[in-house]
Design a protein around this ligand. Structure first.
Ligand SMILES: Nc1ncnc2c1ncn2[C@@H]1O[C@H](COP(=O)(O)OP(=O)(O)OP(=O)(O)O)[C@@H](O)[C@H]1O
Ligand SMILES: [Mg+2]
Length: 318
């Protein structure tokens, strides 16, 4: 057993997702009846305290939908979300308040996150007032946080359009931190930024994680970035998790054909065309299992192959 997984295994879980499903109901127009759309399908995973959990998958596979479900911005259709051991999936109103600040999300586009009509000061003040932060301390809190993320506190009365994309994302991060969260979901937080700025924001996020003992769910379609940052990686495909492992394990020995495909399409990887090219491909699976459904109604298993490395597959007999 690798020492790395041994260490991870002993770490406490902050987030536990159990069988999360998200179904979007079809809009039934007069005579057109479409099927409901399953955007997140039976997702289970654990995120350990003070770690970075990377979620990777192609556009439209359900990453943001899963993130929004976890944050209860758009609650899951079914399943459990344990935050520090408490199931919060069904909480609403006041019962949810304490958790609202304990978890925060940073989206890809800072422009849609910041109200263009509000100064940076007012953008940040709103959340602090809502969580009844002492009024006489709001000023210094905002200025300290801006300073921490590399924005001059002298610019606090400026409006979002007066900042660059990278600066706006720094402000969004500062605002998320003002809630004093333990868990941050970072949904493609650097995808909209110039490459030169991306590294600065990533380094800032790494520094903040250490300083505030944060836990991250880092979402991206950039496999190289995810593997550089994360302690664990999950690969999502069509709403399902097809593989989860400690980063070093999945990088060294990816199992699922889709993971292989994803890895081979990343720059700097060998081209492997296993995915859907060879339906008999079962490498890494025990006897009696296959990566491709043997029948239409086959049930998908997330099979633990050991050391926290799980892969989606089907049992040949049931
Ligand atoms: N509110 C909604 N109603 C209906 N379908 C939706 C809704 N939100 C998302 N979807 C669908 O769910 C699927 C997953 O979308 P999602 O935005 O979660 O993907 P993603 O992995 O985040 O993609 P990207 O990498 O482009 O951000 C898509 O097919 C999308 O069209
Ligand atoms: Mg998305």
């Amino acid at each position: 057993m690798s020492l790395y997984w041994e260490t991870m295994e002993t770490m406490e879980k902050l987030i536990e997702l159990k069988n999360i499903n998200k179904v979007f109901k079809s809009h039934k127009l007069i005579s057109v009846k479409k099927d409901d759309y399953v955007a997140v399908n039976n997702v289970s995973l654990d995120i350990r305290k003070n770690t970075i959990f990377g979620l990777v998958g192609e556009s439209g596979c359900g990453k943001t939908t899963l993130a929004r479900s976890v944050m209860l911005l758009d609650p899951p259709s079914s399943g459990e979300i344990l935050f520090d051991g408490n199931n919060i999936a069904k909480l609403t109103g006041k019962a949810l308040h304490p958790y609202r600040s304990r978890m925060q999300i940073v989206f890809q586009d800072p422009n849609s996150a910041l109200n263009p009509k509000m100064s940076i000061y007012n953008c940040m003040k709103e959340g602090l007032v809502n969580r009844r932060y002492p009024r006489d301390k709001i000023d210094s809190k905002i200025k300290n946080l801006l300073d921490l993320v590399g924005i001059s506190p002298n610019h606090v009365n400026r409006f979002p359009h007066e900042f660059s994309g990278g600066q706006k994302q720094r402000i969004v991060i500062a605002r998320a931190l003002s809630m004093e969260p333990e868990f941050l979901v970072l949904d493609e937080p650097v995808s909209n930024l110039d490459v030169s700025i991306q590294a600065q924001i990533i380094n800032l996020l790494l520094d903040l994680k250490d300083e505030f003992s944060l836990t991250y769910l880092f979402i991206s379609h950039d496999l190289n970035l995810v593997s550089y940052l994360s302690d664990q990686v999950a690969v999502m495909y069509k709403g399902q998790i097809v593989e989860i492992a400690a980063t070093e394990k999945i990088m060294k020995k990816p199992l699922h054909p889709y993971t292989l495909k994803l890895f081979s399409s990343a720059p700097g990887k060998d081209k492997k065309e296993l995915y859907e090219a060879d339906k008999n491909y079962t490498s890494g699976l025990p006897e009696g299992y296959t990566y491709f459904p043997p029948a239409i109604d086959s049930n998908l298993h997330l099979l633990d192959t050991g050391e926290g490395h799980s892969v989606a597959c089907y049992a040949l007999n049931g």
